[in-house]
Design a protein around this ligand. Structure first.
Ligand code: BEZ
Length: 395
C-alpha cells in the first residue's frame, strides 16, 4: 500500500469515527501498535550513574523477551530530569501529553518524583517509579495508576534504626541533603532508633547536591555521638564516605546508613568504605540463582557490575512484562493492566516480592558489610518489611 492510500484510508476512518462517536484503536493499517515507554531519569549530575543502570537493566529485561511487551515492539523515549525538582512536572507532562507515552517511568530523585506523581494524578497516566523513595508516592499521594518497584525511604532506614539500637548505641547524629529523601530516611531511622531507647542528638543537612561536608564533620567530631547515620547516594556518597574517613572519624564514631551510601560507589570510595555496615533490599552474595543469572546477563550487556539501581531497573522491566503480557500488549486496557501489576509476583534478583495495597514492594531488608568491592550479605535485618503507607486511602 502506498503512503498516500494509507493516509486516505486513515482519513476515512477518522471521519467515520467523528460521525459515529466510535473511538479509533491506536493501531495503524498494516502495523501493530508499538508500546511507547517514557523514561525520565537523571542522565547527568550526581545521580547519573544511577539513572544509567536503571535504564540499561530495564532494557535488558525487555530484550530477554525478544524486545517485545505483550507481542508488541517497544519504543523508548528518554528525557534527562537532571535531578532538578522544578523540572519534574513539566518534563513528565511533556512525555505524557506531548509524546503520548503508554507508561511513564521515573525517577531517581524524590523531589523530581513528586512532580511526576502530580502529573500521574492530573492525567491518569500509568507511572512506575524505579527508584525514588518519596513516601507520599505510595502514601498520602498513592493512586491506582502509581506503582513503585524499588523501596520507600522509610524501609531501609527503619531497618538500620533497629540494627543500631540493637548494638546498644544510644546517641546518634543523622546527616543528609535537605530534601524529601534525606528527611524521610533520617525520619525512618529515628523512628526505630528512638522506639528502642535511642536519642537523636542532632540532624544535620546541606542543600542537594552540595558536597561541602567539612563544617558538618567538624560539628560531628565535637558532638561525639555513638553513631552517625547518613543518607547520601551517587557522587555525593563517594565524597561523603571519603571525607568522613579523611577526617579520622571512623576510629571513634561508626558510620552507618541505608545501602545507597555504598552501592555502586565502592570502586571510587576505596579503603574509606571498608567495613561500613548498611541496610538495603539488595546485597552482594545473596546466593540466589536468579541473582547470579541476572548479574551475569547485566555484566555481559553493560560491561560493568550490577548494583541495586540495576536490580530496580530490571524489576521495572519485569513488571512491564508481567502486565503487558497479561493484557496481550493492549496498553490502553488500564484496569486490566493495573490488576495484573497488583497480582504480579516479581522474581527479582533481590528475592521474590509482591506489591502492597499501596503499590510498594513488600521485601526483606538485608544488613550488609563492605568487604573489598562487595556490599556483602550479613543477615536479614527485617523480614518482609512493608512500608506503613501512611495516608494512603487504598491501603
Ligand atoms: C531519592 O531521592 O529518593 C533517592 C535518591 C537516590 C537514592 C535513593 C533515594
Amino acid at each position: 500500500m502506498t503512503n498516500h492510500s494509507r493516509r486516505t484510508i486513515l482519513r476515512g476512518l477518522a471521519a467515520t469515527a467523528v460521525a459515529t462517536g466510535f473511538v479509533l484503536p491506536r493501531v495503524s493499517i498494516g502495523q501493530a501498535a508499538r508500546i511507547k515507554l517514557g523514561l525520565m531519569l537523571p542522565y547527568s549530575g550526581t545521580y547519573a550513574a544511577l539513572g544509567r543502570n536503571i535504564d540499561e537493566a530495564l532494557r535488558l529485561a525487555i530484550a530477554q523477551q525478544g524486545g517485545k511487551l505483550g507481542g508488541r515492539e517497544v519504543d523508548y523515549i528518554t528525557l534527562d530530569d537532571e535531578s532538578d525538582p522544578p523540572k519534574g512536572a513539566e518534563r513528565a507532562s511533556k512525555l505524557v501529553n506531548g509524546d503520548q507515552v503508554d507508561v511513564l517511568i521515573g525517577t531517581v530523585h524524590s523531589g523530581v518524583a513528586a512532580g511526576m506523581v502530580k502529573v500521574a494524578h492530573d492525567t491518569g497516566a500509568l507511572l512506575i517509579i524505579p527508584n525514588a523513595g518519596l513516601e507520599a508516592a505510595t502514601g498520602a499521594l498513592c493512586g491506582p495508576n502509581i506503582f513503585r518497584t524499588s523501596f520507600s525511604n522509610w524501609q531501609p532506614a527503619y531497618a538500620m534504626g533497629k540494627v543500631a539500637a540493637g548494638r546498644g548505641w544510644k546517641r546518634a547524629v543523622v546527616i543528609s541533603w535537605d530534601y524529601a529523601a534525606g528527611k524521610e530516611s533520617n525520619g525512618g531511622f529515628a523512628e526505630a532508633f528512638t522506639a528502642d531507647g535511642g536519642k537523636i542528638e542532632k540532624e544535620l543537612y546541606l542543600p542537594f547536591p552540595n558536597v561541602e561536608f567539612q563544617p558538618l564533620l567538624t560539628e560531628i567530631a565535637s558532638i561525639k555521638p555513638d553513631v552517625v547515620y547518613a543518607f547520601f547516594a551517587g557522587g555525593g556518597a563517594v565524597k561523603f564516605v571519603r571525607d568522613y574517613a579523611a577526617a579520622g572519624l571512623p576510629k571513634t564514631i561508626p558510620l552507618v546508613g541505608p545501602g545507597f551510601l555504598t552501592d555502586g560507589t565502592l570502586q571510587a570510595q576505596g579503603d574509606a568504605a571498608q567495613g561500613l555496615e548498611t541496610t538495603l533490599h539488595y546485597a552482594d552474595g545473596l546466593d540466589l540463582p536468579r541473582d547470579k543469572e541476572f548479574r551475569a546477563a547485566f555484566e555481559s550487556a553493560a560491561k560493568r557490575d550490577a548494583d541495586v539501581y540495576a536490580v530496580q531497573g530490571y524489576d521495572t522491566g519485569q513488571l512491564l512484562v508481567a502486565g503487558l503480557n497479561g493484557v496481550k500488549g493492549d496498553a490502553g486496557a488500564k484496569p486490566a493492566l493495573i490488576e495484573a501489576w497488583e497480582k504480579a509476583e516479581i522474581d527479582s534478583p533481590r528475592g521474590k516480592f509482591t506489591l502492597s495495597k499501596s503499590h510498594n514492594p513488600v521485601q526483606d531488608i538485608y544488613l550488609r558489610k563492605v568487604a573489598g568491592l562487595d556490599n556483602k550479605y550479613v543477615s536479614v535485618a527485617v523480614k518482609a518489611l512493608a512500608d506503613p503507607a501512611r495516608g494512603c486511602k487504598m491501603a
